[in-house]
Design a protein around this ligand. Structure first.
Ligand code: ADP
Ligand code: ASP
Ligand code: MG
Length: 421
């Protein structure tokens, strides 16, 4: 059997029929190099947004099962059209949806995790010389309910397929030329990175860099799958290679900066300072599948015996969370709750910051010089995040980008040849 390459094309890459024909060319280019090719595609252009809007026009709270039934149709259109385009260019191809493949997920609508991927039918088609075009974003439960993997989830479909098929590489083709030091559409002087570690892109992706779905990075890390993020419109460009941190030479303390405007901050005031209160609060939220990121509990003053607990979560979960908080009010005994929607989480990320003092201080000083107030702070080994006012997010990113030496003219090129992966 030949080496398998998994290629994934996002919504902008398949936005119209001309672009789909262009994608077919990219597929044939890889096939002609002697590889077996599995292609994963997203819905065309803004289809997923348009379908979501249609549902919201019908009812403000559509059921999550019907949302999955609706949104999964978008990818169904692009797989059939791409298979036709490949066939029209003289190569045998077959499209498959998640049910036909057997992309088995948890029984959770709108953000299911993949549990297992059956590979027998895909391998059979590959052995017959066909290109296999698979719908991204979709899954199916073992009792045949349709699920989806969350917005941007086609990346995860592709990387999980690459892992299951033991592919040589997974190429994420998109509308930019690779992974940059920050979103190049917001900061034009962002630098393109030749390489980045799984750990760093994981932090960037989880903190708002939507160039890759965080779960896709997690999956690539587990299977140690080499991933290249590259341009659909410049096929000869190498893009950015994602690989293990130990294989990389660390050059700067900060590799990239991300900002995330999709979060909301909830503050629960005057919670009694007793064992079990945080457990009760976060357990009830978890039962509703609400995932929480930054959590801060204030210092409990001895005379008051209460704490304030603040946390951030996805804006879309606000109604669900408020309902949970109302239900547990008699047990949690807080005084009031407020939600702060005008927030942005700005993060600096870099494996080079480990054990290097002064990085946090430099970040806080930069924000202070701009008069930007920090509402919350969270850190990991390779990340510092600050919650700031949403309308100052871009100012913060631009200033931090310059202060940490990431502007395009300053970034050092990787010396020597790029790895032939
Ligand atoms: P696709 O439809 O191909 O999945 P996405 O819109 O999901 O494309 O992801 C690509 C976009 O990610 C880019 O257009 C860019 O605006 C954004 N992005 C955010 N952060 C980064 C970054 N650090 N490097 C590159 N692109 C980024
Ligand atoms: N079509 C889905 C979305 O727009 C999945 C994806 O593009 O990755 O979120
Ligand atoms: Mg995407």
């Amino acid at each position: 059997m030949n080496d398998i390459i998994v290629q994934k094309f996002g919504g902008t890459s398949v936005a119209d029929t001309e672009k789909i024909k262009n994608v077919a060319k990219a597929v044939l280019k890889e096939k002609n190099l002697g590889h077996d090719v599995v292609v994963v595609v997203s819905a065309m252009g803004h289809t997923t947004d348009i379908l979501t809007k249609m549902a919201k026009d019908i009812t403000p709270n559509p059921s999550s099962r019907e949302m999955d039934m609706l949104l999964s149709t978008g990818e169904g259109v692009s797989i059939a059209l791409l298979a036709m385009a490949i066939q029209a260019q003289g190569c045998d191809a077959v499209s498959m949806n998640a049910i036909q493949v057997g992309i088995i997920t948890e029984k959770i609508h709108s953000k299911a995790r993949i549990l297992e991927i059956k590979t027998d039918k895909i391998k059979q088609h590959l052995e017959e010389g066909k290109v296999v075009v698979i719908a991204g974003f979709q899954g199916v439960t073992d009792d045949l309910e349709i699920t989806t993997l969350g917005r941007g989830g086609s990346d995860t479909s592709a990387v999980a397929l690459a892992g299951a098929l033991k592919a040589k590489r997974c190429d994420i083709y998109t509308d930019v030329e690779g992974i940059y030091s920050t979103d190049p559409r917001i900061v034009p002087r962002a630098s393109k990175l030749k390489q980045i570690s799984y750990e760093e892109i994981m932090e960037l992706a989880s903190n708002g860099a939507n160039v890759m779905h965080p779960r896709a990075v997690e999956t690539a890390m587990i299977h140690n799958t080499p991933v290249r993020v590259r341009s659909t419109f410049k096929l000869d460009d190498y893009g950015t290679l994602i690989l293990g941190a130990n294989e990389m030479e660390i050059q700067k303390p900060v590799t990239g900066i991300a900002s995330d405007l999709s979060r909301i901050r909830i503050v629960v005031c005057d919670v009694p300072d007793n064992p079990g209160t945080a457990a009760l609060l976060f357990n009830e939220l978890a039962k509703e599948n609400i995932s929480v990121d930054m959590i801060i509990q204030s210092y409990a003053r001895k005379d008051l015996h209460t704490n304030d607990i603040a946390f951030t979560m996805e804006k879309d979960d606000l109604n669900k969370a408020m309902k949970v908080l109302e239900q547990i009010k008699p047990d949690l005994k807080y005084s009031k709750v407020f939600a702060d929607e005008k927030i942005a989480n700005v993060s600096i990320v870099g494996a080079g910051m480990i054990g290097k003092p002064g990085i946090a201080a430099k970040m806080f000083k930069t924000l202070a010089n701009l008069g930007i107030n920090i509402k919350m702070i969270a850190t990991s080994d390779i990340k510092i995040s600050c919650l700031v006012d949403s309308d100052r997010a871009n100012d913060a990113v631009e200033a931090l980008h310059t202060v940490f030496g990431l502007d395009s003219k300053e970034i050092a090129e990787v010396k020597g040849d790029l790895p032939n992966i």
